[in-house]
Design a protein around this ligand. Structure first.
Ligand code: ATP
Ligand code: MG
Length: 264
């Protein structure tokens, strides 16, 4: 059974998409079968995987509105994983879903057949706690929260954790925090170190030991239509994402061992 992980943080520009695309490529490089779902009308993950958002016959929007099957929309990319692309058409779902029955469960429903085909399904969320993000959180097993170690970061985190808790008590009892990832980290600033210390103090082992450094190669990669880990696998940012993928795989195998111990 594949694990469905939503990458969410309603704060914009914290590294959700960069993490989603690079983690997908790094997991694929570790021989994991990966599906990436771009659930943001900005279509940044789509571009980052090398798919042209202006030349799409159908997108995740058609899946959510039940006009297409997810298998008709997904495509394989050279980085070694599959993508369900998005573009600005997705704003139609953002508004249109509000008046439809079971509006929060649309993505979950369309993913039910896919779970068995992949090891990881990663969902790139938009920078808002809207109906798209709610669909991601209802479909997901866990949420991975990328965050920059800045002054306002912790406030936003409280709101997000509140939403995760609410959904885990109602629409999706499986939902839990997968982990908190420190992104664009600059160890030379004392504020970044202070916020990082606070995170470790409050959230302990929920904070990944891998830290993603600020690294220009990661920012350059999307303009070449490639994840950073493929564009320049020796760059410090790429090395960090490969280490994050290994951390996720290790954690998952520990979870599976624990589950088996409980069952037997
Ligand atoms: P949005 O909320 O708009 O969806 P996001 O949370 O998905 O944004 P990204 O698009 O991944 O954030 O990153 C924001 C910007 O920061 C991008 O220009 C990206 O290239 C750059 N960036 C992300 N991570 C790094 C990094 N580790 N080092 C340098 N630049 C980075
Ligand atoms: Mg994004």
């Amino acid at each position: 059974m594949g694990k469905i992980v939503a990458l969410a943080n309603q704060k914009g520009g914290v590294g959700k998409t960069t993490t989603c695309v690079n983690l997908a490529a790094a997991l694929a490089a570790e021989r994991q079968l990966v599906l990436l779902i771009d659930l943001d009308p900005q279509g940044n993950a789509t571009v980052g995987c090398g798919v042209n958002p202006y030349k799409l016959d159908a997108t995740v929007n058609d899946v959510l509105l039940e006009r297409k099957l997810i298998t008709d929309v997904m495509q394989s990319v050279p980085a070694g994983f599959d993508v369900v692309p998005s573009n600005s058409d997705l704003t139609e779902s953002e508004v249109g879903l509000l008046s439809l029955p079971l509006r929060e469960h649309r993505l979950l429903k369309s993913l039910s057949q896919q779970r068995g085909r992949y090891d990881y399904i990663l969902i790139d969320c938009p920078p808002a706690l809207n109906m798209l993000t709610v669909n991601a959180l209802v479909a997901a097993d866990s949420v991975l929260i990328p965050m920059q170690c800045e002054y306002y970061a912790l406030e936003g985190l409280t709101a997000l954790l509140g939403t995760v808790e609410k959904i885990s008590k109602t629409a999706n009892r499986r939902l839990h925090v997968e982990g908190i990832l420190r992104t664009m980290f600059d160890p030379r600033t004392s504020l970044a170190n202070q916020v990082s210390d606070q995170l470790l103090e409050h959230f302990k082992d929920k904070v990944y030991s891998t830290v993603i450094p600020r690294n220009v190669r990661l920012a350059e990669a999307p303009s070449h239509g490639l994840p950073g880990v493929i564009y320049d696998k020796t760059a410090s940012g790429s090395v960090a994402y490969i280490s994050l993928a290994k951390e996720l795989i290790e954690k998952r195998s520990q979870e599976l061992v624990k589950r088996e111990a409980i069952v037997s």
